[in-house]
Structure formats: structure tokens, C-alpha cells
Write a protein that binds this ligand. Sequence first.
Ligand SMILES: *Cc1c(COP(=O)(O)O)cnc(C)c1O
Length: 392
Amino acid sequence: MQTAKRLELIPPYLFAEIARKIRAKREQGVDVISLGIGDPDQPTPNEIIDEAVRDLRDPNDPDRHRYGGDVPVPDFPQAVAEFYQSRFGVTLDPKTEVLTTIGSKDGIAHIPWAFIDPGDVALVPQPGYPVYNIGTLFAGGESHFMPLRAENNWLPDLSAIPADIAKRAKVMWLNYPNNPTAAVAPLEFFQEAVEFARQHDILICHDAPYAEIAYDGYRASSILQVEGAKEVAIEFNSLSKHFNMTGWRIGMAVGNAEALKALGLIKENVDSGVLRAIQFAGAKALRDFPDYGAEISAKIYKPRMDLIIGTLNKIGWNLQAPKATFYIWAPVPPGFDGSSAKFAEHLLEQAGVVVTPGRGYGEAGEGYFRVSLTYPENRLREAMERIEKALK
Ligand SMILES: *Cc1c(COP(=O)(O)O)cnc(C)c1O
């Protein structure tokens, strides 16, 4: 048996190495506290679960067991369009400008198949969600990494993209509010990106799963709020993060109809859609609980964030609380040669606490680490006590 060369394109997964070390620690009996993964600990709201169960049990929905792609629930794209209208003032045609996805990762991983031929370039932010790069590589393309740096507020410098690269580029990935840096983008940046995309005939893929996780009155923009953005951009969004629905696998791509049609054609040949009960539940979530993300941000994540920022600042950091996402992105302290892997290993060894080394998101993430707030407050508190002790 011989596996495809494609598999060799996958960069070594730093996180697999961390997982191995965590397992080893746990086997030694250490109570390891992970702050590594961005997957909400809170349950999906009951009303959303009830809506899924209602359809699963509904004898009046004879299609409830069928392929959700063949018998889609029109209410879901309709609810997405209503949500974009009221939340962002963006008008979408639910038939052509909304595409249901199996979580946004599905859309992100598959859109390169519709836009990237071998030799084509995708512009990919770094540090960043690994799927932008890997999806590009799988389709035979090349990633040109756009470094995100603190001095540029973690926005890519579009003027630094070489002309020959811009010429070969078919897709530009953006992600705000950003994972892992927790940075946000002003609408002016999106305007600049849309202008760039228009100049170079590039499709912008904006990944926005954290748009509803925000603090202190901050509200993230959709790139589709930029005038004319729909001509060159699509936006991936998801119910995963702000309705605590990561395992349900439902999301949406919205915006440019031609791009969505192309993605839909790929998907038709790869998957068979989302279970109808989940589509009903998704419509219910967007319609009846449009502010749920803002609520859990204030009630659940904000106190956790204050706890962590407060502790880290007390022991030598100088962090500002992020405006959005459930992540904290902080520099590796002195004494570790700027190595995020060394620092993460030190915390695991000395405190039994797992943070994500920035290097895992690409070279440009080196020197930083990420903490996720998706863990119960008592565990976060314990982790902070241990870190305080370990770094004294
Ligand atoms: C969590 C996450 C996703 C994937 O979310 P799903 O909708 O659950 O697939 C996509 N992009 C980023 C940046 C994420 O952090």
C-alpha cells in the first residue's frame, strides 16, 4: 500500500507532539489543565436542541431522515439572510447568496478545489487557522504567507505582497476577529482588501466564526458591509462558536453568488448536506437567539478573560483585553529565547498547564502563545494559580 504524496504536504503538526506530551503527563498521574483548544465548554441552548428533536420526531416531516442536501430546509438560508440583514445591514438572496456548509471548515477546506489550479497562489495570513494553507496545498496550489505582526495590529500589509505573487493569486484568506491573535479589523481594512481584490481579480474568503464573540460593546463588521464587496468576496460564518454548537456541524458561506455556485458544485460531489433537524435547529438559533453570542461573551467569557489578563499582568505581562474572540494571545516571557515551544513545555512540566505555542500557527506565530477561554472558571483559576507559582 502506498499513500499519496499529498499527505506529505501536511506540515508537521506541532499540536500532535503536544498531545503526546499531555498523554504522557496524564499517565504519570498529573492533573493536566488544558487551555489549548477553542471548543466551547457550555452546552447548546435547550431551545435549539428541542427544535432538532422536534424535527427528528416529526411524522409530518417525511424527509427528516433523508439527505439534507437533496431536501434542504429553505428556512435555514432564509434565517441566515435575515440575520445578515439585521446584524450587518447586508442584503442576501437566500437562494443564490447563502450556501449551507457542514460547519465552516467544510467550506474552507473545499473552496480551493473550486478556485485553485496547480501552480495558483492563495494569500494566507500567518499565524492562522491551518486549513487555509492545507486546503490550498491539497488542491495543488501554493500558499503565499502574509505575516501578521503586532506593529501592524495583526493585519496583513497588502502593499508588501509582491506584484508577481498578486498576479498569480486566486484567493485571499482573511479572518477577523482573528484566531489566534484575537485581533479585530476596522472596516477600512476590509475596504482596502476589497480594492486590492478588485485590482488583482482575486476572490476574498473572509472567515468570520468569531464575529459574535465580542466585548465591551464592540461589534465586528462583516466584510460584506463594504460597498461592492459582494463582487469579489465571500464570508464563511458558523453557528459553532457563538451558539456552542461545534459538534453539530452547521455553518454558511455568504456573498458572491458565482463563487458560492462553484463551491456548491464541489460540495455536491463530496457530501450530501446537513441533516434536516440540524438545519431547523440552525434556523431557530439565528432567528430566536441572534444576540446569544453577545450574551455568552459578557456572561461567560468576559469574567474568564478578566481573570487571565489580570493574573498575567500581575506577574509581568502588559496585556490589553482583546475586543473579540475567546482567545488571549500573549508574548512568551523573557527566559525562553522567544521560543513558544520551550515556554509551553515549561508550563506543562512545572504547572501541568497546556497553552498553545504560537509556532504551531506558522513561523510568524513564534514568540507568542494562545490561551483559550473555553474552560470552566474553576479550572482557569487553578491554572492561573499554578502558572503564577511556576513563573516566580
Ligand atoms: C473554529 C474555527 C473554524 C471552524 O469552525 P466550524 O464552523 O466548526 O467548522 C474556522 N475558522 C476558524 C478561524 C476557527 O477558529
